[in-house]
Design a protein around this ligand. Structure first.
Ligand code: CTP
Ligand code: CA
Length: 227
C-alpha cells in the first residue's frame, strides 16, 4: 500500500484543460462572445493539480485567478485556443475541454471602428474549427478525453451525439433548464455520460465538488487504460 501514490493518483500525469469563452473580434472595440465565466474549467484544473497532475490551462478571457501551481495560457479567439491545444495535446494524458468556444467568427475584421449607418446591419460569419473534434480524431489509447455539452433541449440525445462524433471517453452534460446550473453561478447540475453510454446523474452542488467528481472518474479511467 503506497500512501503517497494513493493521495496523488495523477502524479506524473499531464493534463490539458480549456476554459472560459472565446472572443471573436468584429472591429477594434467589439467582439462576439458568450456568458461563460470559466468557473467550471478552472475548478477542474485546480482539482487535477491537487491530485498530482501537471496542468496546462488554456483559457479565454475570464475574471478568474490562476489556480495555484497551474500553468495558464491566455487566449482570446477560437483560432488561438485551437493552436495552443494542438501544441499541448499529444503530451497530455488527460484532456478536459470545458471552454465555450465560439461556433462562428466574423469573416472580415474591420481595422477601424464600424460606424452606425443602416437600420439593419449584417455581419457574415464562418464556422470555427471544432477543437474537441479535431483532437478527438487523433486521440491515443493512453489519453482520457472529456468534453462538455451545453443543451437547452433534447439534451441526452444531443450529448450522446457529440460523445460519439468527437470520439470522447466522457461527456459532461450541462442542461440550461436546471435551476442553479449555468454560467455565472457557483453551482451546477450535470450528467456525465461515458463511451459505454452509462450515465451518472450528479445532484446540484458546487462547481468545485463537480470538478472533483469528474476527476474521480478520470483517475479511474487512467487506471483502467494504463493496465
Ligand atoms: N468545442 C470545441 N470547439 C468548438 C466548439 C465546441 O472544442 N469550435 C467543444 C466544447 O469545448 C465542448 C464541446 O465541444 O467541450 C461541445 O460544445 P457545444 O457548444 O455544446 O457543442 P457543439 O459541438 O459546438 O454544437 P452546438 O453548439 O451546435 O450544440
Ligand atoms: Ca457550440
Amino acid at each position: 500500500y503506497n500512501f503517497f501514490s494513493d493521495a496523488l493518483p495523477l502524479q506524473g500525469k499531464k493534463a490539458l484543460v480549456t476554459a472560459g469563452p472565446t472572443h471573436e473580434t468584429i472591429d477594434p472595440v467589439r467582439f462576439i462572445g458568450n456568458h461563460s465565466s470559466g468557473k467550471m474549467g478552472f475548478a477542474i484544473a485546480e482539482a487535477l493539480q491537487r491530485l498530482g497532475a501537471q496542468v496546462v490551462l488554456v483559457s479565454g478571457p475570464t475574471a478568474l485567478k490562476t489556480p495555484d501551481n497551474v500553468q495558464q495560457l491566455h487566449v482570446i479567439s477560437a483560432a488561438e485556443m485551437l493552436s495552443q491545444v494542438e501544441h499541448h495535446f499529444d503530451d497530455a494524458d488527460i484532456i478536459v475541454m470545458s471552454a465555450a468556444v465560439a461556433d462562428y467568427t466574423p469573416i472580415e475584421v474591420a481595422t477601424t471602428k464600424i460606424k452606425k449607418k443602416e437600420d439593419v446591419f449584417t455581419i457574415s460569419l464562418r464556422k470555427t474549427t471544432d477543437i474537441l473534434a479535431t483532437v478527438g480524431a487523433r486521440k491515443s489509447s493512453k489519453q482520457t478525453l472529456v468534453g462538455f455539452a451545453l443543451e437547452t433541449d433534447n439534451e441526452l440525445e444531443n450529448a450522446k451525439g457529440k460523445l460519439a462524433r468527437k470520439n470522447l471517453d466522457y461527456i459532461v452534460l450541462n442542461s440550461m433548464q436546471d435551476q442553479g446550473a449555468g454560467f455565472a453561478v457557483d453551482t451546477n447540475k450535470v450528467t456525465i455520460i461515458g463511451k459505454d453510454l452509462n450515465k451518472i446523474h450528479l445532484p446540484l452542488k458546487s462547481k468545485m465538488e463537480i470538478a472533483r467528481d469528474i476527476c474521480e472518474i478520470i483517475v479511474d479511467h487512467q487506471l483502467i487504460i494504463s493496465e
